[in-house]
Design a protein around this ligand. Structure first.
Ligand code: UD1
Length: 421
């Protein structure tokens, strides 16, 4: 559990790797399997801790699961016996809250442990609760649990989301597909993972229009059937390897990915001096051996620049030519990794929700500690460009979101290995 990564920096990343299925699409889609009254097959699941936790959560509710060795799973929710997401699982993964909407919609009851705060801010779930209440559910919070009930079917409603929330949109969407009548979700999140979930629900027989826009219109149906669905490629994993290659002045080709959902990130990489070529399911990045140029970043909901790529770009800016600002508007407290990077010789100062990054010629390897998933990835990137050895501690954060990170980086020529506890 407390493995470390040892990185000897200085190698340019070069070569080809395959991108895994998207964690943030797989999590809601696994929760959505609760809605179908026939077995559902999900393919291209990434092999990650968070996915194992969600599978464990379904398993502990008594749901029948058949996992094959090729990243596929068959889920039969008809065998359900318990409607509870216990504290022990929710505390390790906030996304457990995504079972709330489906359980309520199909079984009329759910008890989900209240997710606490986390390293990147307080992260409330008030909009999930408000949206489900608007659909006619009764919800209260008692002894750390959200207790939810519905008398008969949920009822369609007109819902306006105060803030763009990915998880909130997903929870309400999954509840609305089985509600009686029409639901309209305004100011809905447009993230590609929300689109993937909606497409999977449609494959199960749901009636949803406006997919990919900020207004989702859902005509509730009485039941959903089985389907066979393949998860989209992980755009954050894709972006992370592209940035790692840019920071090390390298040349990589990523396969089984989707350039269409990467516009904001690819534009910033081009601005940093990368030569980028794309095909239907691949992206190639070539720095022609040059140092990246510093680029200003401002995070916001899709299609703007993703908060989940902010830390990685901050790492690249730390070694880039020039000074840049990185502004985080989605989460509070999401610039904390910069302190660890400064210990490696980066020159980053924080003013409110903005980091000012003065690019340095070199970073020096150092022992550093991972604090959250994407922050850990940024420390790995810093380690790849630094002179000497970097030891990244607490990499269980990385294993939550990056499949075989050291194997993939080794394949690209990096000098990286895992030290077991
Ligand atoms: C998802 C992603 C996460 C990503 C984030 C933003 C998953 C499993 N995780 O997280 O990787 O960084 O989207 O793209 O898909 N908020 C409220 N009330 C709520 C819900 C959210 O105020 O009820 C606020 C949050 O505090 C935050 C903002 O809305 O400031 C966006 O959060 P949200 O989109 O909900 O993030 P997650 O779905 O948790």
């Amino acid at each position: 559990m407390l493995d470390k990564l040892v990185i000897l920096g200085g190698e340019r990343l070069e070569g080809e790797i395959r991108i895994s299925g998207a964690k943030n699409a797989a999590l809601p889609i696994l929760a959505a399997t609760l809605l179908a009254d026939e077995p559902v097959i999900i393919r291209n699941l990434p092999h990650l801790h968070d996915i194992t936790t969600m599978i464990e959560l379904l398993g502990c509710m008594g749901i029948d699961l058949t996992i094959d060795e090729r990243l596929g799973i068959e889920v039969n929710a008809n065998t359900i016996q318990s409607f509870t997401a216990p504290y022990e699982l929710v505390k390790t993964m906030r996304a457990s809250i995504l079972v709330l909407g489906p359980l309520l919609a199909r079984f009329g009851q759910a008890q989900v442990s209240f997710p606490g705060g986390c390293a990147i801010g307080s992260r409330p779930v008030d909009l999930h609760i408000k949206g489900l209440k608007a659909l006619g559910a009764e919800l209260d919070v008692q002894d750390g649990y959200i207790n939810a009930r519905s008398n008969g079917r949920l009822k369609g409603a007109h819902i306006f989301m105060d803030t763009v929330t990915v998880g909130g949109t997903e929870n309400v969407l999954m509840a609305a597909v089985l509600a009686e009548g029409q639901t309209v979700i305004e100011n809905a999140a447009r993230e590609p993972e929300v689109v993937d979930l909606a497409n999977c629900l449609v494959a199960m027989g749901a009636q949803i229009s406006g997919i990919g826009s900020d207004t989702l219109v859902i005509d509730g149906v009485e039941r959903l059937h089985g389907c066979d669905y393949t998860i989209m490629p992980d755009r954050i994993e894709t972006g992370t390897y592209l940035v790692a290659a840019a920071a090390t002045r390298g040349h990589v080709k990523l396969k089984d990915t989707d350039p269409e959902v990467m516009e904001a990130v690819l534009m910033k990489l081009k601005e940093a001096g990368a030569d980028i070529t794309t095909g239907k399911d691949w992206i190639e990045l070539d720095m022609h051996g040059c140092r990246p140029k510093a680029v200003n970043i401002r995070t916001a909901p899709y299609p703007a620049f993703p908060t989940d790529m902010q830390a990685q770009f901050t790492a690249m800016n730390a070694v880039a030519e020039g000074t840049a600002t990185v502004t985080e508007t989605v989460f509070e407290n999401r610039l904390i990794q910069t302190h660890e990077m400064n210990r490696m010789g980066a020159k980053i100062s924080i003013e409110g929700n903005m980091a000012i990054v003065e690019g340095q010629e070199h970073l020096k390897g150092a022992p550093v500690m991972a604090t959250d998933l994407r922050a850990s990835a940024s420390l790995v990137i810093a380690g790849l460009v630094a002179h000497g050895q970097t030891l990244v501690d607490r990499i269980y954060h990385i294993d939550r979101g990056y499949e075989c990170i050291e194997e993939k980086l080794q394949q690209l020529g990096a000098n990286i290995r895992r030290l077991p506890e």
